[in-house]
Design a binder for this molecule. Structure first.
Ligand code: DGJ
Length: 745
């Protein structure tokens, strides 16, 4: 049994042998939190963990007990305005202007499995036995509003998911000014907060800071989850590192505005809240209407950050991603963006594709520039019909020619956007998001279509589904290249304006749902100027995401390392591109570019016709290598971060198969060092008792992989693998790398 209810004490204990999450119905009927962490044995009551004592300047929450003050209570879903002065999880504005509410326990239901929260994406189960769920119904007498708090605990994972649902059963409308998804509280603040921050081309850098009294928060108000802050944070104990110690992860399954906040009060109590950002959110709930918050996925680890990440990886790979591609190794593709930008003809495209086919690639992706008058980024977005001057046989003809070559065909789209210089805008100027009488700030010369309106989503669906139906399309790269400004829906009432930013995201999910249902065989890759919308919700529709527009191998080491805190390798779009790199203007060895890109979906983003013969030999060998190892890397393996690029010159990581019979490890350096110190790479995740054959893959053309060592797992994990600096020199010095595969003998 994973969810236990102790009727006498009014306590709930969610436990699965790995974690315990314990709640109580408090004396005032509200829900309190007693414990969250490593599994502890159950008992009739944990009420001694509920502490009360008189303190000065304290307000009491019930008549009979003036030391029950909400400001000192750990709560499940706190409100502001009674006796708690911290930031609340929700606020309800009532017709008389009051924001005071009192949600008290009414009933609960425990059931096997997990329900969906459509139209929002969420994690799921395939068999009811995989998880157990609890729904706690609370109600506010005065307004008649009901609040349901839903929890799911997975049987075999240290995972609890949460969300909240409001239903207005009263007689008057209310307005939700704030409706977050989860609140978790700790009685102390001895934590460090980790989050993933960045910007375009340097997404998801790992940031760590000690918690201090006051509020520390990350957020997005950009209309997208954003490259600035990923919707994720973790609290770790100061002694926790990659391999050991306690870590609490919080990941938000949502693609729009969010806040993830940690408030430490002056009694060192820590409150974590996460949900849709209350700024620009105001949701009028009419009688009978329901509002559903997105899901927060909480992971607990007592073996450090790596265990937290592996839990997220397993869950997101198998119980968030869905569809035909979920368990499939991903096709090795060639994308023409950095090869041609907008400057291409059918002939040029076919030449690039043919060379890719010869090298062993499986999918050709035609990026931006194939439609309308799109010869630069000033015009054409929104006109989803082919530019016959560039591609005389249309997408239909081109896709057939590519398929005849033996390649699959993929297409780039940016369905949420429009250029003002387009037929679509000229026909529907009111479809653009923008406030009346105000300047509409352009970004990359484009504007956002108002996906909060069904007729807009319908219009785009009609255009794009026609192209997909008539052509041979196996893959779609769904791009999104600007954040929202002047959020206002020209088709909406004044009350609708506070709903726009959330409804917009629901419109995006709606279009994704329609397209993925109608075309289930298509592999979708989401993209937002690289990784500006790399979030769990996108993965529920598009199993992979273009990780970053920065394709430089040196930069990708950091970006992919940070991304791996939450997201599995199979979700990270990673390509080998040309040198000098287009973003960094840097030269890195071809072998290193592949050694980094292997740890993702793998592909190429350059014109292979421009490479020397020796390089083409290398590329062929790389593709062969990836075909051999992609199931291990993407589907079957567990990922271990070994050396942190944010702490020094080097990066290392590895993947180990579930049965620990196979592994692949890579070590990379940034700048070369002369007369340098010794290098030992301590591997992880191997079986101490197994004897492994270690094979070195130099990546040079005409050089076969070479067996370099036989050693037991205990030696490789403790004494380490000797990294030969001569090999790093031979592999290019700066930005050189070495790659090893391991196999049980
Ligand atoms: C931004 C993407 O991240 C790039 O890969 C490319 O598709 C361009 N957009 C095309 O405009």
């Amino acid at each position: 049994m994973s969810i236990i209810f102790h009727e006498k004490s009014g306590e709930f204990h969610l436990t699965n042998g790995k974690i315990s999450y314990i709640m109580e119905i408090m004396e005032n009927g509200q829900m309190g939190q007693l414990y969250y962490g490593k599994a502890i044995r159950d008992r009739e009551s944990f009420c001694h963990l509920h502490e009360e004592m008189p303190r000065s300047l304290m307000a009491g929450a019930v008549e009979s007990n003036d030391v029950l003050s909400m400001q000192y209570m750990n709560q499940e879903y706190p409100s502001y305005g009674t006796s708690d002065y911290r930031m609340p999880a929700f606020t309800i504005l009532q017709k008389n202007g009051s924001r005071i509410s009192n949600f008290t326990y009414r009933s609960h239901e425990i059931y096997q499995g997990k329900k969906g929260i459509e139209p929002l994406p969420s994690t799921y189960v395939e068999n009811p036995g995989e998880a157990e769920s609890l729904e706690i119904l609370l109600a506010d007498d005065l307004t008649g509003v009901e609040l349901t708090l839903t929890y799911t605990i997975y049987a075999d994972e240290a995972v609890i998911t949460r969300h909240a649902r409001f239903q207005n059963r009263g007689e008057e409308p209310v307005v939700l000014d704030r409706a977050l998804s989860a609140c978790v509280e700790f009685k102390d603040s001895d934590f460090e907060m980790i989050h993933l921050a960045g910007a375009w081309a340097r997404e998801r850098y790992v940031k760590t800071r000690k918690l201090e009294m006051g509020i520390q928060a990350i957020q997005s108000l950009r209309g997208a989850s954003s490259s600035e802050h990923n919707p994720f944070l973790a609290l770790k104990r100061p002694d926790a590192n990659e391999k050991q110690g306690e870590v609490y992860g919080f990941s938000f399954v949502y693609s729009g505005n969010f806040i993830a906040q940690v408030e430490v009060n002056t009694h060192d109590m820590t409150r974590v809240t996460m949900g849709i950002h209350p700024e620009m959110f105001s949701w009028q709930l009419e009688t009978g209407e329901t509002f559903q918050t997105p899901e927060v996925v909480m992971v607990y680890s007592n073996q450090g950050l790596n265990q937290m990440s592996q839990t997220y990886h397993r869950l997101y790979k198998t119980r968030l991603v869905r569809g035909e591609w979920r368990d499939q190794p991903r096709p090795i593709l060639l994308n023409n963006w950095e090869a041609t930008y907008f400057d291409f003809t059918e002939e040029k495209i076919l030449k690039i594709a043919r060379k890719a086919k010869d090298a062993g690639a499986e999918l050709f992706v035609l990026d931006d520039g194939w439609f309308g008058a799109r010869n630069d980024d000033y015009r054409g977005l929104g006109d989803w019909y082919v530019n016959l001057e560039k591609l005389p046989s249309g997408i239909k003809g081109l896709s057939e020619k590519i398929e005849e070559m033996g390649l699959k065909f993929g297409l780039w789209v940016e369905l949420e956007m429009v250029n003002k210089d387009s037929d679509l805008y000229r026909a529907h100027p009111d479809w653009v998001i923008g406030a009346p009488g105000r300047y509409e700030s352009p970004s990359r010369h484009q504007h956002i279509l108002d996906f909060s309106r069904k007729e807009v989503v319908d219009g785009i669906y009609e255009m794009i589904s026609k192209i997909i139906r008539e052509s041979k399309i196996s893959y779609i790269k769904w791009d999104m290249n600007r954040y929202m400004t002047e959020p206002f829906s020209k088709g909406g009432t004044p009350e609708d304006q506070g709903k726009l930013m959330h409804r917009y995201i629901l419109g995006v999910y709606d279009l994704y749902t329609r397209l993925t249902r109608e075309f289930p065989h298509i592999l979708f890759e989401s993209c937002a100027s690289g990784g500006a919308r790399f979030d769990p919700a996108m993965l529920a529709f598009a199993p992979q995401t273009w990780t970053s527009d920065d394709t430089d191998a040196g930069e990708r080491m950091k970006i992919q390392y940070g991304t791996s805190y939450v997201y599995p390798l199979v979700s990270m779009g990673s390509h080998v591109s040309a040198v000098p790199n287009h973003q960094m203007l840097r030269n890195t060895p071809l072998a290193t570019r592949a050694n980094v890109a292997y740890f993702g979906t793998f592909g190429y983003e350059l014109d292979l016709n421009l490479l020397e013969n020796e390089e083409i030999k290398q590329v062929k060998a790389q593709i062969e290598f990836m075909k051999k190892y992609r199931r291990l890397i993407q589907i079957d393996g567990d990922f271990y971060r070994l050396v942190n690029p944010f702490e020094g010159n080097d990066t290392a990581w590895m993947v180990v198969s579930k049965d620990k019979k196979e592994a692949i490890a890579a070590f990379y350096q940034r700048l070369n060092k002369v007369n340098a110190s010794w290098l030992r790479l301590r591997l992880e995740g191997l079986d101490e008792e197994k004897l492994y054959q270690v094979t070195y893959h130099s990546g040079h053309a005409n050089e076969e992989p070479k067996v370099v060592l036989e050693a037991y797992g205990d030696e490789l994990m403790n004494a380490g693998l000797v990294i030969d600096r001569n090999e790093l020199n031979r592999n290019g010095g700066d930005f050189a790398s070495v790659l090893y595969t391991l196999k049980e003998i």
